[in-house]
Design a protein around this ligand. Structure first.
Ligand code: HEM
Length: 393
């Protein structure tokens, strides 16, 4: 069934809208559809030291929903709001219906649904201005940015991920119903990877330029992953301990002109082959072969161009790295990358990398950053706790 473990959410009792704590021992799982072995009934725990959805195997679908707080949403209102959305998250991720869900069957197959919550500059300034980290603000502008298209900033972010778009749509709608009184929808963006089952679980995704995208990325088992990702006593305010900083960039791709570039040209732009993502210094070596940035071609030029994306994006300072978690978007008239990344401090991790790219990345001819947002992703929470309690307490 979908609801393994303790889910402190809500389920419907009888035919009334009365709620009671969801108890998987005594209540049938809504996700139990007669033993069908599909993955729709799989649920990921929402409780933990860190929020769910940051280090889990990326889901096929991701929706980002950003809200701006209403004028009269004060600390007391935020406490009420976070109490409500905590219950929503506990129920929905367990495959159970949140309080007064009129469409409770849509909650039944969560397909690894996660809901990850972040807060923006204005929200923190409203409740704890002295405890806002410096990085929780719009990023410095980069020369090639074309922001202002309606995909910037926000005070409250939901990252809703699942292997099926149906639970995402339902979860976003339930959250919206509860958030509406407190905040106004700013923007929503929906991204995708290949459907589950299309590739081996955890396979590096391909973006819409056809490239293997995400090869060189810190992994949770790396010795320095925690230091790159999670905020601790020294690196942030106490309300963010075990949280993380998230940067989201909407990056449009000019696929029509990109497709006119020949294959070698497209491979040189990145510094890797299109077939399997191997470095151009080690073709056939697979995507994880080591890159030799010093290798020279017989004509004396570097094999990895001085402006190749992987050379410009590569950090020689190991503490400057970011944890990328991206997805594709395709609205029919426009396609690109929803570039998301986690780190302790965007000013010392994302920003220097993006500065190098903005300065001289061969990719710049075909990609444009049109949206930008920074959020503080809250620490995780345990059963009985309210998400974000340390910020509002
Ligand atoms: C590497 C594509 C934007 C940071 C790569 C790779 C590809 C790629 C194909 C090589 C495989 C891999 O290691 O993942 C793209 C595309 C972008 C884009 C198509 C825009 C549409 C960005 C941005 C950043 C970034 C905005 C950060 C500011 C990185 C990093 C690496 C990388 C850190 C690994 C570099 C290394 O080898 O050390 N990207 N990328 N990328 N990219 Fe991007």
């Amino acid at each position: 069934g979908a609801a393994a473990g303790t889910a402190g959410g809500y389920a419907l009792a009888g035919s009334t809208w009365k709620s009671e704590p969801y108890d998987p021992e005594t209540m049938p799982s809504l996700g139990d559809t007669g033993g069908f072995p599909g993955f729709g009934g799989e649920a990921l725990p929402c409780h933990g030291t860190h929020q769910a959805g940051i280090v889990s195997v990326p889901a096929a679908h991701t929706r980002y929903v950003s809200y701006g707080l209403r004028e009269d949403t004060d600390r007391a209102a935020l406490v009420r709001l976070f109490r409500i959305i905590t219950g929503d998250i506990e129920a929905l991720t367990a495959g159970a219906a949140p309080l007064a869900d009129p469409e409770r069957e849509l909650a039944a197959r969560p397909a690894r649904l996660t809901i990850t919550v972040g807060v923006g500059q204005t929200l923190v300034d409203r409740v704890a201005p002295a405890e806002r980290p410096e990085w929780l603000a719009p990023l410095p502008t980069f020369s090639l940015d074309q922001l202002g298209g309606g995909y910037d900033g926000g005070d409250l972010l939901f990252i809703v991920q699942a292997d099926d778009p149906l639970p995402i749509s339902h979860a976003a709608r339930m959250l919206h119903r509860d958030v509406d009184r407190f905040a106004e929808l700013a923007w929503t963006q929906q991204g995708f990877r290949q459907s589950r089952g299309t590739e081996a679980p955890g396979a590096t995704m391909r973006n819409l330029m056809g490239q293997v995208d995400g090869t060189v990325n810190p992994a949770p088992e790396d010795h320095d992953f925690d230091a790159l990702t999670w905020i601790d006593r020294e690196s942030g305010p106490s309300w963010l301990r075990n949280g993380s900083a998230f940067v989201l960039r909407r990056i449009r791709m000019e696929l029509d002109t990109w497709d006119r570039v020949d294959r070698p040209g497209r491979e040189v732009t990145i510094g890797r082959t299109l077939s399997d993502g191997a470095p151009l210094t080690n073709p056939g070596g697979g995507e994880h072969a080591e890159v030799d940035f010093d290798a020279k071609a017989p004509n004396g030029l570097p094999v990895i161009s001085s402006a190749a994306h992987i050379r410009r994006a590569h950090s020689t300072d190991p503490s400057e790295r970011i944890v990328r978690r991206t997805s594709n978007y395709d609205d029919g008239h426009e396609a690109g990358l929803l570039f998301g990344c986690y780190q302790r401090d965007p000013l010392t991790q994302f920003v220097p990398i993006q500065q190098r790219l903005d300065e001289a990345d061969l990719l710049n001819e075909w990609v444009t950053h049109t949206g930008s947002a920074v959020f503080a992703m809250l620490p995780g929470f345990q059963p009985g706790e309210i998400l974000g309690a340390a910020l509002f307490g």
